[in-house]
Write a new protein. Structure first.
Length: 334
């Protein structure tokens, strides 16, 4: 007997799949989806990404719409549990419950003879490697419906990411004689102070660009003037980054070295009539799946509990998501 959506969600959650360790969950999905593909005259393939790491792609005919999300999770592994209203555990909302909902929707759509596909990728939580590899082997579909926790509201846009690294150099000295040294930590703190109060752009529909100072390190010992200090910053973008980059460099000043090791662009997304909307302040695999069709972003669960020790998904949202994915796919397919 096939598992229902709640059973499948728990089965997926109970397979540890922290990024780089997706083999077991990929094997489970390949077996589960092989039976589904066989029942409905579809085909399934593994898309190798790295040793012991495969994307899984299922399709019926030439799909117009592909439903997609990721198999990996952030650490630590938390096994599943449930009560009358919720399923708990790592990945319950980000994004294993979404996988279960998309599978149920795809089966229903196939029973209605609609050609659809499903793409489940590795690596979203770290570097989107699975999406990047999948993009080189796109199936030619017209639309990609990406699943992330949006509380079943369709995203108007997804904020981008700009990672900034600040590095300061100084000269060591005994802390009793600070005039003989040059504190890298002081230089870094001065730059961070200016950046914290720097005005950031805002959009009335999308919201503000935001800054998080995520990591600070440096120094040798409490009694040594520091010769090195470093900070990692993350800006959530609401538009192009060129002007912001220049503003960051000018504000940080020449006492620190400023580099930009990563950018994921801001995206405005297609919506569907009559669905409630939201703006995703987080980034997704969508920018790396551009060859898979025009993107949409929607899924059950709240991003506010993703990555937390109490992560959960509402059972009602899971069930509703099946209907939503079917409605969206049929509307897109005309």
């Amino acid at each position: 007997m096939a598992m229902n959506i709640f059973e499948l969600t728990r089965a997926l959650v109970d397979i540890e799949s922290v990024t780089n360790n997706e083999k077991q969950v990929g094997d489970f999905l390949f077996t589960h989806l092989s039976a589904l593909a066989s029942r409905h005259e579809g085909c399934i393939e593994r898309i190798p990404v790295a040793p012991q790491r495969d994307n899984i792609f299922v399709r019926w005919g030439d799909p117009i719409v592909t439903l997609s999300t990721h198999m990996d999770t952030v650490p630590p592994f938390i096994p599943s549990s449930e009560d009358v209203a919720r399923i708990y555990g790592r990945g319950s909302c980000d994004a294993k419950g979404i996988i279960a909902a998309q599978i149920a929707a795809a089966e229903r759509l196939r029973q209605q003879r609609l050609h659809v596909g499903m793409l489940f990728v590795v690596g979203e939580e770290r570097d989107s490697l699975g999406a990047k590899v999948a993009n080189e082997q796109a199936a030619g579909c017209k639309y990609l419906v990406n699943g992330e926790p949006t509380e079943n509201r369709i995203a108007l846009a997804s904020k981008g990411t700009l990672r900034v690294e600040l590095t300061a150099s100084g000269r060591m000295a005994h802390s009793a004689y600070p005039e003989l040294g040059e504190s890298a930590i002081n230089k870094l703190l001065d730059a961070l102070g200016r950046l914290r109060v720097m005005p950031l752009p805002s959009d009335p529909e999308i919201g503000p660009c935001t800054l998080n100072i995520g990591l600070i390190e440096g120094g040798r010992a409490p009694n040594v003037i520091s010769d090195y200090a470093h900070a990692d910053l993350l800006y959530r973008l609401i538009g192009p980054s060129q002007d912001l980059r220049g503003q960051i460099m000018a504000t940080a000043g020449d006492q620190v070295k400023t580099t930009f090791p990563l950018e994921i662009p801001f995206l405005r997304l297609r919506t569907v009539d009559a669905l409630p909307t939201m703006t995703a302040a987080f980034t997704t695999d969508i920018p790396f799946l551009s060859n898979w069709g025009e993107p949409l972003l929607i899924g059950p669960g709240s991003i506010h509990v993703a990555h937390t020790e109490g992560e959960y998904i509402e059972k009602q949202q899971l069930a509703d998501a099946i209907d939503l994915y079917c409605k969206i796919a049929k509307q897109l397919a005309g």
